[in-house]
Design a protein around this ligand. Sequence first.
Ligand code: 5AD
Ligand code: SF4
Length: 445
Amino acid sequence: MKSDSPKTFHIKSFGCQMNVYDGERMAEMLGARGMTAAADGADADLVVLNTCHIREKAAEKVYSDIGRLKRKDGSRPTIAVAGCVAQAEGAEIARRAPSVDVVVGPQAYHRLPDLLDRAARGEKAVDLDMPAMSKFDALPKRGAGQRPTAFLTVQEGCDKFCTYCVVPYTRGAEISRPYVDLVAEARALVEGGAREITLLGQNVNAWDGEDDRGRTVGLDGLIRDLARIDGLERLRYTTSHPNDMTDGLIAAHGEIAELMPYLHLPVQAGSDRILAAMNRSHSVDSYLRVIERVRAARPDIAISGDFIVGFPGESEEDFQATLDLIHQTRYAMAYSFKYSRRPGTPAATMDDQISEEVMHDRLQRLQALLNEQQHAFNAATVGQTTRLLLERKGKLDGQLIGKTPWLQSAHVIAPGLAIGDMVEVEILSAGPNSLGATMRQLQEA
Ligand code: 5AD
Ligand code: SF4
C-alpha cells in the first residue's frame, strides 16, 4: 500500500505507435500536474507500464516486468498498469500482481491523476471506462518542446473483427476525432517544433469528419488541410485497412507533396481461404489491385505490411500463396508474426491449430524473403539524391541519423546541423536496415 504521492515518473510503452502516443500524452498530463520525468527510470516514484495485449508473449511479459520493479533503495515504486492488458484483464491484474496500485484502460488514462490520489490513500484504483473520446478533451493542450517527428491519434478502435485480433475488444468501436481538434493539435505540434506528423489509428484510413466549412471529409481531406500548416513538411499515416483505401486517398498520394511516399497496408495472408477464415473481408486480388492503383498514383511509393503465419487451418499451400503475394507486391519493409491464440477471439477455438514447429519454420522462410526484399529496396535507393529529416545523434562525432521519405534510417556526417534540420543528401550505401549518405546542401530549420 502506498501512502505518499509520487513526484517523479517513468512511462514504459510497449506495442504499437498508439501506445507511444498515449505514453506521451500521459507524460504531458503528469507534467502539467507538477510531476517530473525521472532522470533515471530505475529510481522513479511512479512507473507506468503502458502495455500491449495483441500477442500472448507481450501480455505475459507485463507480469515479469511488474515482479522486477524495484528502486535502487530496495523500495517499490507506485505501479500503474495502463494500455490494452489493463483493459483486457482489469482488476485481475491487481489480484495476480498485488504490488500493482492502479489499473487504467486506454480510454480512461486522462483520469490517471485521480487514480493516483486514490492509490495514495491505499485503494486499488481500477478504471476501465470507455467514455467516447472524452480523454482528448480532458488532456492538457500540447505545447513547446516537441521532437521533429510527432504522432497524432486521429482515430481509435476497430469494427473489423478479424477473427484472431483483440483490438476491437481492448480499444473498442471505431471513433474518429473531430476535424477541428485535429487541426488545432497539429498546429500546436508544429508550433512546438514538429516538422513531420504521423496520423495514427487502428484503422486510420476509415477516419472521417466534418471540416471547418461543414463538408464531410475523409482522411485525404484532412491530410490536404494539414499539409497547408506552415512549417509542417511531412505527413504520414498508419495503420490502414485495404478496404478503406478510397479513391481520394489513393489520388492524394500523387497530389500532396507533403504526404510521404510510404504506405503501411497489412494483408496478413496470401490465401483467399485463410483471409476468409480471418474475416479480413478483402481478397488477394482486391489487395493487389489497391497496391497497383497506389503505385500508379505514386510510382516510387514504399509498401509495407503485416503478416501472420500459422493461422488455424493454414496448409503449406496456403503459406506458399502468401510467399507468392509477397513476390508480387515487393515490400520495402514488413512485420511478421506467428499466430498467437488470444482467449475470447473466434480463432482461438478454431480446429486445426498449427504446431509451434511449423509456425517457426514458416516464419523463418517468410522473413528470409521479406529481408531480401527490404535489402533490395534499400539498395535501389543508392545513388539517389533525397532529403533527410534529422532525428537523432549517431555514434560517430558529427554524425546524425535521419529518415528518408521512404522511412529508411540514413546516417550522415553533418557538421553544423542539428536534430530537426532537413538536409539534402546523396545515398551512398545500403544495408538491410539502414543507409549511408553524404550531404549535398543544407537547409536551416
Ligand atoms: N497473433 C499474431 N499476430 C497478430 N496480430 C494481431 N493479432 C494477432 C494474433 N492474434 C498482428 C497483425 C496486425 C498486427 C498489429 O499484429 O498482423 O496487423
Ligand atoms: Fe485487428 Fe483486424 Fe481491426 Fe486490424 S483490422 S485492429 S487486425 S481487427
